[in-house]
Structure formats: structure tokens, C-alpha cells
Design a protein around this ligand. Structure first.
Ligand code: AHR
Length: 497
């Protein structure tokens, strides 16, 4: 089968905010303890953080990392995690039913994030706590000095303020699993009052209002309509979270899940615009897709984990090849909505539903999903262009008219580089592609990277990387037309310069 597309430098969707390539570290499972931090590891730095893990994160060029949760934040006392480590309490952590030793807290994390080249997106606890704890944490982190909390930070050895710009007003407050779940009215009021106090301390911060935990929530999208009615003028972003799985083994349907993601983005944007109209506001609300990924492989194993240990192997999904294809498609979907989606976090970064895995005391290694995420982060910076696509389509269990060709295009004007990201969702046949790129006169094809594998269920391990990209995609560029054959079930990155 054959697909045609037109890419033109004047078909601009928007400048891409690099923060859409963000990720997430939660105090959950082995993300922190045994993941980024393992003091007894031979490759640990003097602070106990693993250098091998830092190196893999740097390869991904992650601009922002959300912290410390997730569900964890809704029971977290941030004061437990600052000051001399020997004085920090061990707490029962109720979200994941572990013991939190508080060896790592705000200061250590901020310093570590700087070392891997990332900003921090800090979440405040609006589950068990509220305005007071949030304003104190902000004063501790961002106020230069001369006040109780900022001087406490200085006394802890951090003379300069952390200047954390982005703050999440709680996490998944619509979910019954959340400690301190709220009704939309309750959350809207609390988030508004918290935002008000935080802005009085530091007007330069950006705030994220909690949206729905997924499209499947019974309160979606009423949650957004009601909560934003309170927070519209104090928040800059509303959050979206979504995970997909292939529980019934229907890969064609699984690869079509981005149809749902697209509907999610469009519905949240429309709801924001409805509130904007209602308020006669001039302000546009942006979207922070601050949890997204595939998550289902580890569900059964998690149910068997004994509670109340430090760093148990929770949510350790081992990703296969088809998961990498969906992750690629999810990135493509966000790129096509770069005008509204300004931040996003692949959830998560290390060990917990993550592109990077570690062995305690041993190796760090790359999961299949590492690669599409890395390609998008490295080559997906610039302006998102709207491709005009004519692709054959298929019907899946839950979606009709799914284009086999899923694609997004990024034009990096400064580097004079164009990158076409494309997934061929056809599981049985290659797709011949003809792409009109005549507006990019004089450009040549630099490389056509491909990820393909005979076995959709193939996985990587610490010992063997079965699923990885190669540069022999075989596309060619002549007389302003890019032509090539996209292998069945493949992730493609075609770079023009
Ligand atoms: O990322 C894992 C969990 O998923 C987060 O803690 C929570 O916010 C979401 O339900």
C-alpha cells in the first residue's frame, strides 16, 4: 500500500516547547532507591547517585523532570526530606505501601537534576496538606534568604535559591486511589487558594492545575470545566495523564490508542476554551501532559509485592517492541498538538514504567521505549509543521479509519534541519511513502533511522539489546520528493538537512 504526504515550511502549527520531552521521578519502587540513587553501587558519586544512570539520562536530553510524585506527593511531608540525613524520619508511605527512608529529598534531587541537565517540575501535596505546606516549600526553595524557611535552606548548605519555575498543584485529585481525593469543587477552591499564596511569594512561577487522571474517569471532562472555573486565572497549564496497555493482545487496536489520546487533547483544549469564553478571559490555558506511557505489564506482579519495604520492584514494566511503536505514536500525537501541549512527562524515567532500568549493584540498560523518546528529544526541536497526509486506513476493535501512517514533522530553522517522524501501523505490510518536500530546496537526506523487529513482543534485557534502531531505512530524496518504504510495524526518523 502507498501513502502520500506534503510537507511545507509555511504550514506551521507552532514552536515546540522543548519541555514536551520531560520525564518523571517519583518516590516509588526503585525509581529513587536502587534507581537514580544507590550509595553502595560501585559507580555511585560521593552523594550516592549512580553515574551510569546519569549518563543514560543525559543521552535522552531531558529538559524537565517532575518530582516527587505522583500519588506519593499526596501523603508527603516535604520537611522530612531536608536537613541532616541522619535526623530524617522513616515513614509509612501509603500510596505505594512502602517505607520511605527520606535519604533523598528536595535539595538532593534539585542538585542531581542540575547534573543531568534538567529543570525540576515540583508537585505540592494537596492530599493530606494544603496552602500552608505549599507556601512554606516554595519559600524554602525559591526565596533568597532573610526569612525562616529560606534561612533554613541556607543552613542546610544551599545558599542560593533553587529557583524552581514550574509547580503542580497536587496530583490526580479526581482519583479514588488518591490520598485526600477531592470533589472538583473542593479541589478547585483549594488549588486556587494555594496558587494565590504561592504567587504572593514568587510571582514568576508557573502553575499546573490538576486535570483528569485519564479519559476513562467518570468525571472527565466535567472535572476540567468545574476546577478551571476556579483556577483559570491563577494557573498556566492543566494536566493530562494517560497510560495504555495491550491486555487483550490486540496489537492493531493497541497501536490505534493514540486516537484516544488525540480526543483527550482536543477535549481538554475545548473545555479550557469554554471556560475562557465564559470568563471573557484573554488568556489561553496550555496543556501539561505530565504523565504518559504504556503501563500494564507489571500489574499482576505488583499485586504480589509485600508491603512496607524500601525500594521494592514496583511497576517494573518490561517493554516490548510494539510498546516502542505506541510510545513513538504518542510523541507524534503531542507534536501535532504543539500549539496547546507545552509540557509533557514520560512517566517515568528509571525502573518504574521507565525507559532506563537498573540492576541493584549492577548494570543500567535501555528498554525498547528509550529509542523513540530519545529520537524525538534529540531531533524534535523547532517548529511543528502540519503534514498533509493521504494514507490508507484500517478499522480496529475500538477505532475506525485509523491511518496506517502516523506522522509529525519538525523544522529546526536554526539548524536548517527537517525531521519526519513516522510509524507504519500496518502489522503485515510495508508502506510506500512519497513525500513532497519541495519547499525545502537544496536539502538532502542525512539518514533514515528505523526500528523494526519480526517479533512485536521482543524485549531488551540487561544482557542483550534485541530491539534497537539502525540507520539503513533506505529512503531517498530526489527532485524535492522523499520516497521510501516504511517496513511493516516500524518507527522511522527521516532527517533532512
Ligand atoms: O506514574 C505512576 C502513577 O500513575 C502516579 O503516581 C500517579 O499519578 C498515576 O496514577
Amino acid at each position: 500500500s502507498k501513502a502520500k504526504m506534503i510537507v511545507d515550511k509555511s504550514f506551521r502549527i507552532s514552536e515546540i516547547d522543548p519541555r514536551i520531552y520531560g520525564s518523571f521521578i517519583e518516590h516509588l519502587g526503585r525509581a529513587v532507591y536502587g534507581g537514580i540513587y544507590e550509595a553502595s553501587h560501585p559507580d555511585a558519586d560521593p552523594a550516592g547517585f549512580r553515574n551510569d544512570v546519569k549518563q543514560l539520562i543525559r543521552e535522552l536530553n531531558v529538559p524537565i523532570i517532575r518530582y516527587p510524585g505522583g500519588n506519593f506527593v499526596s501523603g508527603y511531608n516535604w520537611e522530612d526530606g531536608v536537613g541532616p540525613v541522619e535526623n530524617r524520619p522513616k515513614r509509612l508511605e501509603l500510596a505505594w505501601r512502602t517505607v520511605e527512608p527520606n535519604y533523598v529529598g528536595t535539595n538532593e534531587f534539585v542538585k542531581w537534576a542540575q547534573e543531568v541537565g534538567s529543570e525540576v517540575m515540583m508537585a505540592v501535596n494537596l492530599g493530606t496538606r494544603g496552602v500552608d505546606a505549599a507556601r512554606n516549600l516554595l519559600e524554602y526553595c525559591n526565596h533568597p534568604g532573610g526569612s525562616y524557611w529560606s534561612d533554613l535552606r541556607r543552613s542546610h548548605g544551599y545558599e542560593q535559591p533553587h529557583r524552581i519555575k514550574t509547580w503542580c498543584l497536587g496530583n490526580e485529585m479526581d482519583g479514588p486511589w488518591q490520598i485526600g481525593q477531592k470533589t472538583p469543587q473542593e479541589y478547585g477552591r483549594l488549588a486556587y487558594e494555594t496558587a494565590k499564596a504561592m504567587r504572593l511569594i514568587d510571582p514568576s512561577i508557573e502553575l499546573v492545575s490538576c486535570g483528569s487522571s485519564s479519559t476513562g474517569m467518570p468525571t472527565f471532562p466535567e472535572w476540567e470545566a468545574v476546577t478551571l472555573d476556579h483556577t483559570y486565572e491563577v494557573a498556566d497549564y492543566v494536566s493530562l495523564h494517560q497510560y495504555y496497555g495491550n491486555r487483550d493482545g490486540d496489537s492493531a487496536n493497541f497501536l490505534a490508542r493514540t486516537m484516544d489520546m488525540e480526543h483527550f487533547i482536543k477535549t481538554v483544549a475545548a473545555t479550557c476554551d469554554y471556560v475562557k469564553a465564559k470568563k471573557r478571559s484573554k488568556k489561553t490555558m496550555y496543556l501539561s501532559f505530565d504523565e504518559w506511557n504504556v503501563w500494564y505489564h507489571s500489574n499482576d506482579a505488583d499485586a504480589k509485592i509485600e508491603p512496607w519495604t524500601i525500594g521494592p520492584p514496583q511497576l517494573e514494566d518490561i517493554y516490548n517492541f510494539e510498546d516502542a511503536l505506541l510510545v513513538g505514536s504518542m510523541l507524534i500525537t503531542m507534536l501535532r498538538h504543539a500549539d496547546r501541549v507545552k509540557m509533557a512527562c514520560l512517566a517515568q524515567l528509571v525502573n518504574v514504567i521507565a525507559p532506563i532500568m537498573t540492576e541493584n549493584g549492577g548494570r543500567a540498560w535501555k528498554q525498547t521505549i528509550f529509542y523513540p523518546y530519545m529520537h524525538a528529544s534529540l531531533y524534535g526541536r523547532g517548529v511543528s509543521l502540519q503534514p498533509i497526509v493521504d494514507s490508507p486506513r484500517y478499522d480496529a476493535q475500538d477505532y475506525t479509519d485509523v491511518p496506517y501512517l502516523d506522522t509529525a514533522v519538525v523544522y529546526n530553522e536554526a539548524e536548517e534541519e527537517v525531521t519526519i517522524f513516522a510509524v507504519n501501523r500496518n502489522l503485515n505490510e510495508a508502506l510506500d511513502l512519497e513525500c513532497d518536500v519541495r519547499s525545502f530546496e537544496g536539502y538532502r537526506l542525512v539518514e533514515h533511522i528505523v526500528m523494526e523487529h519480526e517479533d512485536l513482543k521482543a524485549v531488551n534485557t540487561a544482557a542483550e539489546e534485541k530491539v534497537k534502531p539502525h540507520s539503513g531505512g533506505g529512503a531517498s530524496l530526489r527532485d524535492g520528493y522523499l520516497t521510501g518504504r516504511l517496513a511493516k510495524a516500524s518507527w522511522n526518523v527521516m532527517r533532512l538537512k
